[in-house]
Design a protein around this ligand. Structure first.
Ligand SMILES: Cc1cc2nc3c(=O)[nH]c(=O)nc-3n(C[C@H](O)[C@H](O)[C@H](O)COP(=O)(O)OP(=O)(O)OC[C@H]3O[C@@H](n4cnc5c(N)ncnc54)[C@H](O)[C@@H]3O)c2cc1C
Length: 683
């Protein structure tokens, strides 16, 4: 049964909800009994926006739950391939000496060897690079593409949404750490903020939290108004729609959603009751419950994710895996590009150097080299290849090809995961001991639903404008969790943020085993500007990343206001039934500040601030008269022929949302621009 507005599932009755079960009670309950999951939900709360939605309509929209084993559409490893499709072993290793290679997906060269020369070389099979490669190799005439990726293909474990925090601790990331900044990230290991990026076929989409959000129309219109033709919201919307296959329960027929793309966007099939409290608290404070990607509405909404029936859908799985046998698409994994080779006289990029199995290779290209190595990898490669600030390159002994301000701007979304409410309930929040069970794993394997589908605890997203916003776009996002930083008792969640043992244990260990709730405020448009520099001329060194967080004092004020807003939500009526009490951690370095005082929050923020790893701006896009621009609005590098950058590094500043959807959109748009330019050339 679905209960009425303003009523809530009581904590004692039913702490958890499985959305599919609610929609299909007949199918759901029987199945759940069989797979031993004890917390079968019977009810949920209707939001105000769901008033018109009859139970019948909801049920009609939701696909019946099916077993997945026998018809899984994109198997994840050769072993699974083998189990599901054939009885014969057709596996040959990708990387000699990698003991886990047999568990990973594999990308073999279709005819076993590389070509002498390619039409396009793409560096980085990440979020943008995957979609770009897929589009450039589809249709006719058949252009040849070499896609070079430093990381490895994904595997079954990276498919499980609940394991997102763990994946960030594996070799599927470049473990970048920001340079030390006094007074910031005081609670992080070595007092340095951690900012990993994905290193995998699929890039950061293999390690991210799967949240799908597109930013506000005004974000894109602002970018266009700065002289970037083709980037207004109306012009980019078709590219968002092109990738998307919208499977949202309520909004799949929205005009701004895509239905025929490869990237499934769906709600998480599992929710705790806490998300209803968050949305209800939002409504009480004037935030309607909406589709937060709707261009004309601002408010709170259930999280939308890049999952396909409860499995992570990385860019690789959506755009590369289905085309791995295309003869004109050659994908090399574990291949780290070290340099773009540019003819010094003509300034034309014609080859890349890369290392695979410790052997240096050169790959040549006829038309274009496209860097899609991400907001850290792409500027690093440009500078190693002689494109960057002259004075810096000369110091490092790198011959200068084009003197551009590469890396001079670096923006990021930063967040504060330290607001925790203690609940006087049992089983209201997600706790690792209850999530990480064999029955839950079996449920996920069989049906792709249940607790394993929760993406790093995130259940809803809200956008607000503080008194510091420009009035046009929200300046804060709230990430609502079905738990908090303590939900795994100091395990992968806080380790993936590199919060130090000392800080964590002193501040939070008192909450171990307790039910908790948290919402994380994120600064969407920090004014503080960071930068990126080469550490040296070794392509294997990590570049220096300077966050310069809170160097503009307004950022601190915005964050404090956002924290107060979350506290207001947590103290409002919908959370009363959970007995929610704000917990003020005693951080080791903040003990001289009265708990809850303004200076306490200042200190707490400086201790617990974390990066959301949403770097942008390092290869800024801009018109020719922009002295900071690295690429033009068609993403061509100024001063060099045959070289583009196609990833998030080109965005001039942050947008009001997360970054996967924009990275895919950039890949789609770039593919169209490139195809158009070369459309008259016969291969
Ligand atoms: C831990 C984490 C969580 C996140 N959570 C979310 C979220 O929930 N929702 C959301 O929308 N966004 C999220 N993001 C952000 C988003 O996933 C990324 O910003 C986006 O995917 C970046 O896309 P990209 O194409 O620019 O780069 P990437 O996807 O990072 O791709 C770059 C690729 O280039 C490769 N590469 C780099 N250098 C070289 C080289 N020299 N040679 C060969 N290959 C190279 C890398 O290995 C990588 O595979 C998260 C990011 C991270 C890291």
């Amino acid at each position: 049964a679905i209960i009425g507005k303003d009523e809530f599932v009581t904590v004692e009755d039913n702490p958890y909800q499985n959305v599919n079960d609610i929609a299909n009670p007949d199918v759901g309950s029987a199945r759940n009994e069989r797979i031993l999951w004890p917390y079968v939900a019977e009810s949920t709360t209707k939001s105000e926006n769901e008033e018109n939605e009859t139970d019948e309509n909801v049920n009609k929209d939701v696909k019946p739950r099916e077993k997945r084993f026998l018809h899984w559409s994109y198997p994840q490893s050769p072993i699974v391939d083998m189990m599901m499709q054939t009885m014969s072993v057709n596996y040959s290793p990708n990387v000699a000496g990698d003991p886990f290679d047999f568990l990973r997906d594999s990308y073999q060269l279709p005819e076993g060897k590389l070509l002498e020369e390619y039409d396009y070389i793409i560096v980085g099979a990440g979020t943008s690079g995957s979609v770009l490669a897929a589009r450039l190799t589809e249709g006719k005439p058949k252009a040849t593409v070499l896609l070079l990726e430093a990381g490895k293909p994904e595997m079954l474990l990276s498919d499980i949404p609940a394991l997102a925090p763990y994946i960030k601790l594996t070799h599927y990331v470049w473990p970048y750490t920001m340079e030390h900044q006094p007074g910031v990230c005081l609670g992080s290991e070595e007092q340095r903020c951690y900012s990993p990026q994905g290193k995998a076929v699929g890039g950061s989409s293999v390690v991210n939290d799967m949240i799908y959000s597109r930013g506000r129309p005004q974000d894109w219109d602002r970018i266009a108004a700065d002289g970037n033709y083709g980037w207004s919201y109306d012009e980019i919307l078709p590219y968002y729609k092109k990738s998307e296959r919208c499977e949202l329960r309520k909004y799949k027929n929205a005009t701004y959603s895509g239905r025929d793309g490869e990237l499934t966007v769906e709600n998480v099939p599992f929710r705790t009751g806490l998300v209803e409290a968050f949305l209800a608290a939002g409504r009480l404070h004037g935030n309607p419950t909406i589709d937060y990607n709707a261009p004309d509405q601002l408010g709170f909404g259930y999280v939308q994710t890049t999952q396909n029936r409860g499995h992570r859908l990385s860019a690789a799985k959506a755009f590369l895996h289905p085309h791995k046998r295309r003869k004109n698409l050659h994908i090399l994994t574990d291949a780290k590009v070290t340099k773009v080779v540019i003819e010094p006289q003509t300034k034309r990029a014609y080859a890349v150097e890369y290392l695979k199995n410790h052997i240096k290779h050169t790959a040549r290209c006829r038309r274009e080299i496209i860097l899609a190595a991400g907001a850290v990898g792409s500027p690093q490669l440009l500078m190693l290849s002689g494109i960057g600030p002259k004075e810096k390159l000369e110091v490092l002994g790198i011959p200068v090809i084009s003197d551009l301000r590469v890396g001079k701007s670096l923006y990021d979304h930063i967040a504060f995961p330290g607001i925790v409410f203690k609940l006087n309930s049992n089983n209201a929040s997600l706790q690792e001991l209850k999530v990480a069970t064999l029955p839950n794993l079996m449920q996920w394997l069989q049906f792709g639903d249940g607790l394993m589908t929760t993406p790093g605890l995130v259940e809803a997203v809200g956008y607000i404008k503080t008194s510091h916003s420009d009035g046009k776009v929200p300046d804060v996002e709230l990430l609502n969790l079905g738990g908090s930083i303590v939900s795994d008792n100091g395990g992968a969640f806080r380790k993936s943020l590199k919060i130090s043992d000392k800080t964590y244990v002193t501040a939070f260990s008192g909450l171990h085993g307790c039910d908790t709730w948290s919402a994380i405020p994120i600064l969407l448009h920090p004014k503080s500007k960071g930068c990126l520099e080469l550490r040296d001329n070794d392509p294997f060194s990590h570049p220096k990343l300077y966050g310069n967080y809170f160097t503009d004092p307004q950022d601190m004020e915005t964050m404090k206001e956002a924290i107060k807003y979350v506290i207001k939500l947590g103290e409002s009526e919908p959370f009363k039934k959970y007995g929610a009490q704000l917990y003020l951690p005693s951080y080791p370095n903040c003990q001289s500040h009265g708990p809850g005082s303004d200076s306490y929050w200042d200190c707490a923020i400086r201790t617990m601030v974390v990066s959301l790893h949403h770097h942008v701006g390092t290869c800024k896009m801009g018109p020719p008269n922009d002295p900071e621009a690295i690429v033009d609005p068609e993403l061509r590098v100024y001063g060099v022929d045959g070289l583009r950058v196609v990833d998030l590094s080109v965005l001039p500043h942050t947008i009001s949302g997360h970054m996967t959807a924009p990275a895919l959109m950039i890949g789609e748009k770039a593919a169209d621009m490139i195809k158009k330019i070369w459309s008259n050339v016969v291969v």
